[in-house]
Ligand binder design. Sequence first.
Ligand code: PMP
Length: 286
Amino acid sequence: MRTVYVNGQYLPENEATVSIFDRGFLMADGVYEVTSVLGGKLIDFEGHSVRLERSLRELDMRNPISKEDLLEVHRELVRVNEIDEGLIYLQVTRGSDGDRDFAFPDPETTEPTIVLFTQNKPGLADSPAAKKGAKIISIEDIRWGRRDIKTVQLLYPSMGKMMAKKAGCDDAWMVQDGMVTEGTSNNAYIVKGNKIITRHLGTEILHGITRAAVLRFAAEAQMEIEERSFSIEEAQEADEAFTTSASAFVMPVVEIDGVALGDGVPGKVALRLREIYLDEMRKVAV
Ligand code: PMP
């Protein structure tokens, strides 16, 4: 049984509870982060903790924990749950004042709720899925307009994954005004020659922590980067495509809406970036 963390306490998972009035439950009034663990160490903890602070600030939500304590909780959960490869899920909600109301409760008297738990994922880095590459469908992006805030409103992305599954595919890319925004739980890229193309940052997409690191490594490896939007049609004609996320790192894409990309196998650039990302991030893991 896992040990989880809830509001300052380490508890067995079956003893951890949150109020039925919690605004995370009633209103999806919460934010989250997912940090991967490789070799028992945290990948890019700094990036995730900075984004958490930003998400909270954008929603006028109080941060219930200091960065130092948050790191300590992450490390303790990795230790007690003996995680070598896996994920740490963190969620902060606006808490509960014991009733339901659209208006926010008084932040002076309502403590945010904080929950962390581990997910054991042996073989996360040496993933068979990454060797095969992902098949993608496109779907309309009908999410709200502040996708740069990492909220727990994940119903539509969940539906997108189900639509992909039903179509015999692995994931979906979302499209708004004819242009790809991002994947259901990752940022989207295409490659043309030596050029990596990915949507520019804005409120339409999550500012991926993995995106930032991968673009930095790509620039260091003298690859050309263009931050602009692209269409599904342009992606289908690209040499290769891939996605990035903290939980899947760099994932090659081999097919979009039934059209195979290049040779229909994971591309060189995606595989190289995956290798560089894993090597470099392991070196600085905490
Ligand atoms: N976009 C969306 C919609 C996501 O859910 C995620 C993963 N949480 C990402 C992008 C990738 O972000 P990160 O690299 O920080 O995991």
